[in-house]
Design a protein around this ligand. Structure first.
Ligand code: PEP
Ligand code: MN
Length: 335
């Protein structure tokens, strides 16, 4: 349920209303927008008398929210959520590109790639330290040492870092990580989501391989219900019957999500397609459809990459991509 307040509500009356709502066992989320202040009520609102609230002097209107996601709902929070990452803002009209290798492999590899993606205009560095691999015999990531090397690359370039957490037991290693990624395979690891909801780190939440957009928003809701509202959604392709691409990039997820939620949405054309030659066209398509940014796998030696080489683009190709994306931004959708 949302309560739309009149402009400049009387403070005492507002406090009384809040106290009464709290006494009903509801939590109240206050969104102070440019145009309007909205109270979002979370909890069992079935016993709330809508007419009673509507009759209050300070209230303009009251509406029930049908969707199961509340904190993530745009009706709760009409303005876009903007997440400041130091080198830029994700959401709210800016376009940010996160780039780097699938996995951290060595000091020289991550530092070299960090320098080149920075020079091309990336605003964050990605790199997996804990890798979710289909085969237990495949490279599993450098783990704690990988995070240490990412921090070294951050020190060298000033680029904030994004890296994936796979299990709660790893959380203490993420203290200096700027954005914690929850990968597609963990999108519905609800215990992990709940714990991340208690942290103050921005969370990059990737859509599961076979999850609906509503399920993605419910996973965001898990994080937000714990008090952490800094969630960035990521469309990274879903499983379909098509075999020419690793996954199928659901571009319509961008306008659909933009309508349903105030959270920023970025697109991962690397995992969505699995092929380096398809990364540029899909990056352009994502920007055109109104994404808030991209996350792209870049490797200085894709043929010898320990993970996801076929979908990794070279630093030169990344430079070309950045130029192409920048050139179309003025005509891209804005939400
Ligand atoms: C990744 O970003 O390296 C990754 C494993 O992505 P996803 O969870 O989308 O497969
Ligand atoms: Mn990868």
């Amino acid at each position: 349920m949302v309560v739309l307040l009149k402009q400049n509500p009387n403070k005492k009356q507002l406090d009384n209303l809040m106290d009464w709502l709290h006494s009903l066992g509801l939590s109240v989320h206050c969104s102070q927008g440019e145009q309007q202040t909205i109270l979002g009520l979370v909890g069992d609102t079935s016993s709330v008398d809508i007419d009673l609230i509507k009759a209050l002097d300070i209230v303009e209107d009251v509406k029930r929210i049908q969707e199961p996601f509340k904190n993530a709902n745009r009706k709760f929070h009409p303005d876009n959520t903007v997440i400041d990452i130091g080198t830029g803002r994700i959401g709210g009209g800016d376009f940010q590109v996160i780039a780097g290798p699938c996995s951290v492999e060595s000091e020289s590899q991550i530092c070299e790639i960090a320098k080149s993606v920075k020079a091309s205009g990336a605003s964050m560095l990605r790199g997996g330290a804990f890798k979710p691999r289909t085969s237990p015999y495949a490279f599993q990531g450098m783990r704690a040492e990988g995070i240490r090397l990412l921090l070294e690359a951050k020190e060298l370039t000033g680029l904030p870092i994004v890296t994936e957490i796979m299990d709660l037991s790893q959380l203490s290693l993420f203290e200096q990580v700027d954005i914690i990624q929850v990968g597609a395979r963990n999108m519905q690891n609800f215990e992990l989501l709940k714990e991340l909801g208690k942290t103050n780190k921005p969370i990059l939440l990737k859509r599961g391989l076979a999850n609906t957009l509503e399920e993605l928003l419910m996973s965001a809701e898990y994080i937000m219900a714990g008090g952490n509202e800094r969630v960035i959604l990521c469309e990274r392709g879903i499983r379909t019957f098509e075999t020419m691409t690793r996954n199928t990039l659901d571009l319509s997820a961008i306008p659909v999500l933009k309508n349903l939620t105030h959270l920023p949405i970025i697109v991962d054309p690397s995992h969505a397609t699995g092929k380096s030659s398809l990364v540029l066209p899909m990056a352009l398509a994502a920007a055109a459809a109104g994404a808030d940014g991209l996350i792209i796998e870049v490797h200085n030696d894709p043929q010898h990459a320990l993970c996801d080489g076929p979908q990794s683009i070279t630093p030169d190709a990344f430079d070309t991509l950045m130029g192409a994306v920048k050139s179309i931004l003025p005509v891209c959708m804005k939400y």
